[in-house]
Design a protein around this ligand. Structure first.
Ligand SMILES: NC(=O)c1ccc[n+]([C@@H]2O[C@H](COP(=O)([O-])OP(=O)(O)OC[C@H]3O[C@@H](n4cnc5c(N)ncnc54)[C@H](O)[C@@H]3O)[C@@H](O)[C@H]2O)c1
Ligand SMILES: CC(C)=CCC/C(C)=C/C=C/C(C)=C/C=C/C(C)=C/C=C/C=C(C)/C=C/C=C(C)/C=C/C=C(\C)CCC=C(C)C
Length: 615
């Protein structure tokens, strides 16, 4: 591998180096301040990407004030091809000395892994890509630092029990500086309905009532019912609902709150809204409120999930991490490492190894086999049971899940850098645009999401510029079977029409202000996030019974657990963080790191299985 001074000249450690040599002896150029881990560029891994792996090492080393030789060595290992790992690099290889292998380092996988690590478990996270975070990752280009996915962070405040992102970071000794967002979303809707979701609840209610004065009572009653649920949730210590000692303990300590949650578990927001509200325009507004977090209307959105997001934005508020959303995953990955566990990048799991029906290990695309006492999959359930396990052996529970839930569409996303003066003063950070027809809400390309994170953190773009992250729902079928040229032409055409719509509705002169633009399609999401069809997550086929049908973390395969957005409670960074907390608790109990009762376990798991069949 050479000596430290050969591979890491001081100029690299302080981030000023332009040329570096890697362990394979080849010299590559380090393009400072430019593209790093590039989830949205197609083609094979380039030298630039290889180098960017090294920039990550530099960041990491700087973050650790220089790091240690072994840290740096690990970073170089990460940057090599997977085949070059010696078996000594991966403790537990063939021997099963890991307590858990986690497939994927999305926020769901990272939270599960870090929570297990702090309980004393030895965890190995295997990530196909070159940085952690999955949909919550980042990439850099031409001086811009883009969030790959959503920039709206719930659960990231300093109060209550539902700030699960803050808690997950704190568990591994990390805290990120955040910038409070004064407006969660600015809605621009049909019939010139413009509504800002102010951080202060009373300001929001006052604005909504001013648009629908005849519905004042209904508005107050609907949102108050959301608060009843939120307050119940916020009073509980959140752990695995599949672990009976904890669950019964919560019922004993907070009976009223648990019964409230049990009552709302099978209900949806739309039917509760209809108890109080008649105005179709207002009901459509509540559909839009739900759609931005569930990709379905209010009638299909579980009431517990709706209450969580409709209240947390006022309780803890929406807070943006300085340096971008990618900082969350980076900090969790560092925290994991600090707690004696490990994360390997470019480690593509191709199958889960079963022994007598029990999950005991995984196979990587380079042929290596790694073993652990438990396997946790952060891949979607469609990928876990359709690709990592043989689809023909689909367990009954998964068959039921796939009957009740389909893959939500993916997104077309446009990451742009624009001249700052195109934005009017006081422009909000997040916008949702549906111009003139409510029936387009759920149609592909019908509504437009827009985030401008540089409104909060100007360091993410070169001086005098802003980032615009525009996205709209789109299905993979729309992008398949095209020649490379037709694919590129179509990307430009669709992007052009979306940008024109924003130019007309929000920012005159937008097109001529563009300094940088990159368009990603569902195929891009599929490729870089390893999500079947690039899906955003599960959505109910019909009208669900609230959250009742959502599977938790255990699966029909002994030793195999799922975590992430195809588990209870579903899509959303805060939601997958909760799924990570639940998963870690259940796995820890099964591994003996937490209390457990075999008799109660089998009774509760049977009961929950039966409840799901009612959904
Ligand atoms: N554009 C968007 O805004 C967008 C898109 C999709 C999802 N999301 C949101 O992101 C969150 C999803 O989080 P999550 O934790 O469930 O997962 P995730 O999809 O963010 O991360 C999963 C990780 O697992 C890795 N992976 C998958 N299969 C693998 C394999 N076989 N081997 C090795 N690594 C593998 C992926 O590379 C990825 O890093 C949800 O909030 C979802 O709603 C947002
Ligand atoms: C078990 C049984 C049977 C019973 C019992 C009872 C009880 C106790 C119960 C309990 C329950 C619980 C705890 C629950 C919990 C839940 C939770 C936490 C939930 C959560 C949720 C969340 C969510 C859903 C979220 C989401 C979010 C999202 C998705 C976001 C997104 C965003 C975006 C996209 C952005 C937008 C943007 C613009 C507009 C630009």
């Amino acid at each position: 591998m050479g000596t430290l001074s050969f591979m890491f000249p001081n100029s690299l450690l302080d981030g000023t180096c332009k040329i570096v040599a890697l362990g394979d002896g080849k010299t590559r150029y380090n393009k400072q301040g430019s593209s790093c881990f590039d989830p949205l560029r197609s083609g094979n891994c380039t030298d630039q990407q290889q180098l960017c792996g090294l920039s990550w090492g530099v960041d990491k080393a700087k973050g650790r004030r220089g790091g240690t030789v072994s840290n740096l060595k690990a970073v170089v290992d990460v940057d090599k091809r997977v085949e070059s790992y010696g078996s000594s690099d991966v403790e537990g290889n063939e021997s099963g000395s890991y307590d858990a292998i986690v497939i994927g380092s999305g926020i769901g996988g990272l939270v599960a892994a870090t929570q297990l690590a702090v309980k004393g478990a030895k965890v190995l996270v295997l990530e196909k890509y070159v940085i952690p975070g999955g949909s919550s990752g980042f990439y850099e280009r031409d001086g811009y630092k883009f969030d790959v996915g959503s920039s709206v962070m719930f659960g990231f405040s300093d109060k209550g029990n539902l700030n699960l992102i803050t808690q997950a970071l704190a568990a591994v000794g990390r805290k990120l500086e955040v910038i409070p967002d004064p407006t969660t979303v600015h809605f621009h809707l049909p019939n010139d309905l413009s509504v800002r979701i102010h951080r202060e609840y009373d300001d929001f209610i006052e604005e909504l009532v001013s648009k629908f004065p005849h519905e004042k009572e209904g508005i107050i009653k609907f949102y108050s019912e959301c608060w009843k649920i939120f307050n119940s949730l916020n009073s509980l210590e959140l752990k695995s609902l599949e672990e009976p000692i904890y669950l019964f303990g919560q019922f004993f300590k907070k009976p009223l709150e648990c019964l409230t949650l049990a009552y709302y578990l099978p209900q949806n927001a739309g039917s509760i809204a209809r108890k109080y509200i008649r105005d179709p325009g207002l009901l459509s507004f509540i559909d839009a409120e739900c759609f931005i977090v569930s990709t379905v209307n209010a009638l299909q959105t579980p009431m517990i999930n709706a209450s969580m997001v409709l209240c947390d934005r006022h309780f803890g508020g929406i807070n943006y991490p300085i340096g971008g959303v990618g900082e969350i995953a980076k900090s969790l990955a560092e925290g994991l490492d600090d707690h004696g566990s490990q994360i390997l990048y470019r480690a593509n799991v191709t199958s889960i190894i079963l022994d007598n029906g029990k999950a005991v290990g995984v196979k990587l695309s380079d042929g290596r086999k790694l073993y652990a006492k438990t396997i946790v999959s952060n891949a979607t359930r469609w990928d876990t049971f359709g690709k990592l396990l043989k689809a023909e052996n689909l367990p009954k529970e998964e068959e039921n899940f796939q009957k009740a839930y389909v893959k939500a569409p993916s997104f077309l996303s446009i990451h742009m850098g624009v001249k700052a003066d195109v934005l009017p003063p006081d422009t909000d950070c997040h916008h949702f645009v549906l111009e003139d027809d409510w029936t387009n809400l759920e149609k592909p390309y019908g509504s437009i999401f827009l985030s401008i994170p540089t409104v909060l953190d100007s360091s993410l773009a070169p001086e005098g510029h802003h980032i615009l992250h525009i996205f709209t729902t789109s299905s993979i079928e729309d992008w398949e079977g095209l020649s490379k040229k037709d694919y590129e032409v179509k990307k430009e055409l669709v992007a052009e029409s979306i940008i024109s719509r924003l130019e007309k509705t929000l920012f005159p002169g937008l097109k001529s202000s563009i300094h940088f633009k990159e368009v990603g399609t569902p195929k891009t999401h599929r490729r870089y996030l390893a999500r079947d069809s690039g899906t955003y997550g599960p959505m109910p086929r019909g009208t669900p019974k609230g959250l009742l049908g959502m599977p938790f973390n255990t699966t029909a395969i002994d030793g195999l657990y799922c975590v992430g957005d195809s588990c209870f409670p579903g899509q959303g960074v805060i939601a997958v963080a909760f799924s990570g907390v639940m998963c870690a608790h259940r796995v820890a109990a099964d591994l003996g790191f937490e209390k457990k009762s075999d008799v109660l376990d089998s009774a509760l798991l049977r009961l929950l299985g039966w409840l799901r069949t009612l959904a």
